[in-house]
Design a protein around this ligand. Sequence first.
Ligand code: ZN
Ligand code: FE
Length: 255
Amino acid sequence: MPLSVIIVPCLRDNYAYLIKCSQTGHTAVVDVPEADPVFNALKELNWDLDSILITHHHSDHIDGVDRLRSLTGAKVTGAKSDAHRLPKLDFSVAEEDIISVGNEKAQILDTPGHTIGHISYYFRNDNKIFTGDSLMSLGCGRLFEGSHKIMWKTLKMFLQLPPETMIFSGHEYSISNAKFALSVDPKNERLILREKEIQTLLKNELFTVPTSLELELETNPFLRASLPEFKANLNMKNNTDEEVFRELRIQKDNF
Ligand code: ZN
Ligand code: FE
């Protein structure tokens, strides 16, 4: 496994991810909700931080960036289109750009919907993607800036990735997402089982992330909006995929 990942819980329910190329020792962090937990984890691991990778501009993903930069000297990468509302960037990136963590390369994917200017970091060779608040475990981010159309397009892009891709999202939302998922997909056996697995993980103070795309395809209602049997459950057999997604997102916002 060439890329090691350490999960650092921050604030109430945020995650920062420390990642390290096992060949060169280069180290990065994806999002910095707060500096101290990330800095303490680095000290404990004896890792030197080279770069900070930002998914989007919300304060619960960037508030620790400036302090962590001054503590470590790490260089900061974020979306060029959001540079005006992100901490000062050393590298501004856009869709299709490639960034490196040592020998590991990540493709920048535009994943708007939760915010415009939201990006994800896709380590294709390693089957890992850091999705911030776009695709989440059993859910997707709330639409603060994007339309339903934009988020559905983003989710369709995720549907194209290899099923073995591991998804590292920005929050521990699995249990509330599972409760909503069960409300719209109550007979889904895999989902019923997964909700129990999540309960057990949380009871043992373990993380419910990362998750695989394969598992999301079977259980995440927002990725299932195009399936005929799923549409039929919602009495939306004749609606478009995007309309079904929209209905799900509205129901979730009011759940
Ligand atoms: Zn956010
Ligand atoms: Fe967030």
